[in-house]
Design a protein around this ligand. Sequence first.
Ligand code: SF4
Length: 217
Amino acid sequence: MSQDKNIRIIETYLSVQGEGMHAGLPCFFIRTAVCDIRCSWCDTPQALGNGPSISFEDLLARVPTSVRLIQITGGEPLVQKDQVIALCEALHARGKKILLETGGHRSLDGIPDYVHIVMDIKLPGSGQAHHPFEKNFEWLKKSDEIKFVIQDRIDFDAALSWIRSHNLENVCHLLLSPVWGSVAPATLTQWLLEENIDARMQIQLHKIIWGANATGV
Ligand code: SF4
């Protein structure tokens, strides 16, 4: 892997993984710059635009040797897909477990099998529900995750429609995550239980630990 590449990065930081199947584990986060869509509830507006371009050498030097789990998030990492794949190769060669978080609107074709994918399906409340998320289903492994961020009952019903019409319970793990400050976690949990779907209710752990507006954690 060539280390003479550059990638646009907003921030890197060490924290615990706040979401999904790896929640609670120490994790080093690499937040890429730039996103090409605009979700209404986006909680990382600082990552929507261009960030500084840094060399792979400098980026890899920041990665702690003691932490196994690395999350590449954004922004939208797949805007810089070639660089992200090269970064995954470099991290994999160092023995790291890699989580890749994506909005789901860009193709996952070419993402290495050893990368654990966490893909959103955007719902009506995001204003971005029109993308062809189903085109990515063929690239998901059973161990990967689809995340539905849910703002209200309309979003929940749309998630149900995706799950049932595409048999998503048999595709990969499913996460239901309430928009912070919108639907109450207890309400979403009740809906999940009433509909008896094989999905995981989750609350963003980092927002509970450090508060909803904290960044870099
Ligand atoms: S895809 Fe992610 S970074 Fe982009 S607008 Fe939506 S929430 Fe924000």
